[in-house]
Design a protein around this ligand. Structure first.
Ligand code: ZN
Ligand code: ZN
Length: 253
């Protein structure tokens, strides 16, 4: 299985438009972060988790030429606003499969009503197949995927486990029972927004504490804000098995 980090930034990305913050002005490519998303490939399958406003450029940059589906963690704009750009895939492949909580699909229907229209549909609009996710394992082709239920302040969010790899973003709390589902993962990806606490996201300390509970072989931090600091500086002070993810990082598992 191959994992490609398409974006590792928080909702505004890094740099933030118009910002003079030193991290936003950094010339290190690792300090440039598109909105959070990951591409997961195995055999001939490729799935994307989330589809934010940078989706088009992320597909071009990673040279992704087909997708088998999009899994949504939750409906915040930084995770869904690229949905219109599934059009090139739709024109080549037909309906694109979407996977998400019922509430997320409802939100997509409101925001992208023309994609879900059943009458007088605009000819250039893409069509989708809807797969409602509950908090129980499901199959993507031959692979079992286990949802991990968490809370993003008051909002429910799904993380996903694919065999020995798990990807969780926008988490603030994960119950002990849900955390148990991550037992034995080799690679864990989890969000770490910044140093200071935040009402709806893990800060660095909370992310490290969560990693300590799960005990993966390696962990990668994502959904990073400029307030976490410079990539190279922050990474120096992390435990030896914890790394900051960066855009275009690829992992094999
Ligand atoms: Zn987010
Ligand atoms: Zn969010």
């Amino acid at each position: 299985m191959k994992i490609t980090f398409l974006g590792t930034g928080t909702s505004q990305g890094i740099p933030i438009i118009g910002s003079n913050h030193p991290v936003c002005l950094s010339e290190n490519p690792k300090d440039k972060r598109l909105r959070v998303s990951v591409l997961i490939e195995w055999d001939n399958y490729s799935y994307v988790i989330d589809c934010g406003p940078d989706f088009r450029y992320q597909m071009l940059r990673s040279k992704c030429t087909r997708i088998d589906g999009i899994l949504f963690t939750h409906e915040h704009s930084d995770h869904v606003m690229g949905l219109d750009d599934i059009r090139p895939f739709y024109f080549k492949q037909g309906n694109i499969s979407l996977y998400g909580h019922q509430r997320v699909i409802k939100s997509l229907k409101q925001r992208f009503d023309y994609i879900f229209a059943t009458e007088n549909k605009y000819p250039g609009a893409p069509s989708v197949d809807i797969n409602i996710l509950e908090n129980k394992p499901f199959k993507l082709n031959d692979l079992k995927v286990v949802p991990i239920n968490g809370e993003h302040a008051e909002l429910q969010v799904f993380g996903f486990r694919f065999k020995d790899f798990a990807y969780l973003t926008d988490m603030k709390t994960v119950s002990d029972e849900e955390t148990k589902k991550l037992k034995g993962v080799k690679i864990l990806v989890v969000n770490a927004l910044r140093i200071e606490p935040h009402r709806s996201h893990f800060n660095l300390k909370e992310a490290l504490c969560f990693i300590e509970k799960v005990k993966p072989e390696k962990a990668y931090l994502t959904h990073i804000s400029h307030l976490l600091g410079f990539h190279d500086e922050v990474e120096k002070n992390l435990p030896t098995n914890v790394f900051l993810a960066y855009d275009q990082l690829q992992l094999s598992i």
